[in-house]
Design a protein around this ligand. Structure first.
Ligand code: F6R
Length: 247
């Protein structure tokens, strides 16, 4: 399904409201809510609204368990560009989530242990009961998480090589392309597709071409976001600029 909002802020508030309602529903049942989270510029307003709901409308995140999609590799958690730091600053430091419930791929594992580590990340998602709702952004290559073109539908958490376009988009954060990581650890397409709900957010004119190919194109590994067509509960949540090339 595709939902188009006039403004990114309204789209973000709507997704935050859905997440909050899921968290509250699970809390009422005495259960945990398992969220898959994304970084980057797109979900920032969702996190800001969740913080507001926590502060002003009594939303507790004590029953929330999170799994982030990805992390650059190698990456120290305290580095300015790390997704650990991003999540702490944009969300976790401002709500009552338990630090034990937070999972972000570890950019410090040694290369010889990466495969084993990635399997443990998959196992941790399964042990938690699987992801209830996965939040996604989309890269200009059509990547979800860091599943770049060529990624397989059944792929799981693994070490991947980033596309040049993706590195170019990230270069401003790293002070130049040559300082931008080549690699990342990401959940796989298969990992993402096992989530019970998927909400992909895309905002702005610069996303309109890839949104068009993702929504209207046939399923193909050349645009990994097209794999989402196979999922039973997925929504592309767009602002009017990102939706402007859709028929
Ligand atoms: C981030 C992630 C990426 C981003 C995508 C869009 O955790 O997995 O797929 O969602 O690169 O990034 P922004 O939102 O900065 O345009």
């Amino acid at each position: 399904a595709v939902r188009v909002f006039g403004e990114a802020a309204d789209a973000s508030n709507s997704v935050a409201a859905e997440i909050a309602s899921l968290i509250r529903q699970r809390a009422d049942d005495g259960e945990q809510c398992i969220l898959g989270l994304a970084t980057g510029s797109t979900p920032v307003r969702v996190y800001r609204e969740l913080i507001r709901l926590h502060r002003e409308e009594n939303l507790s995140m004590k029953n929330v368990v999170t799994f982030n999609l990805d992390e650059y590799f190698p990456m120290k958690p305290n580095a300015a560009q790390s997704y650990v730091r991003f999540m702490n600053e944009q969300l976790f430091d401002h709500v009552d989530i338990s630090p034990d419930n937070i999972h972000i791929p570890d950019g410090t594992v040694t290369p010889d242990r990466v495969t084993e580590y990635c399997q443990q990340y998959e196992d941790a998602i399964d042990t938690a009961g699987g992801i209830d709702l996965q939040l996604l952004g989309i890269g200009r290559t059509g990547h979800v998480g860091f599943n770049e073109p060529g990624s397989e539908q059944a792929s799981t958490t693994r070490l991947v090589r980033l596309c040049e376009i993706t590195r170019t988009d990230a270069a401003k954060d790293f002070g130049g392309l040559e300082k931008t990581p080549q690699l990342a650890i990401t959940m796989g397409v298969g990992t993402i597709l096992r989530s019970r709900r998927i909400r992909l957010l895309a905002f702005g004119e610069h996303k309109s071409a890839i949104v068009e190919r993702s929504v209207q194109g046939a399923i193909s590994d050349s645009v990994p976001a097209t794999y989402l067509h196979d999922h039973g509960n997925v929504e592309f949540v767009l602002d009017s600029a990102a939706a402007s090339k859709l028929n």
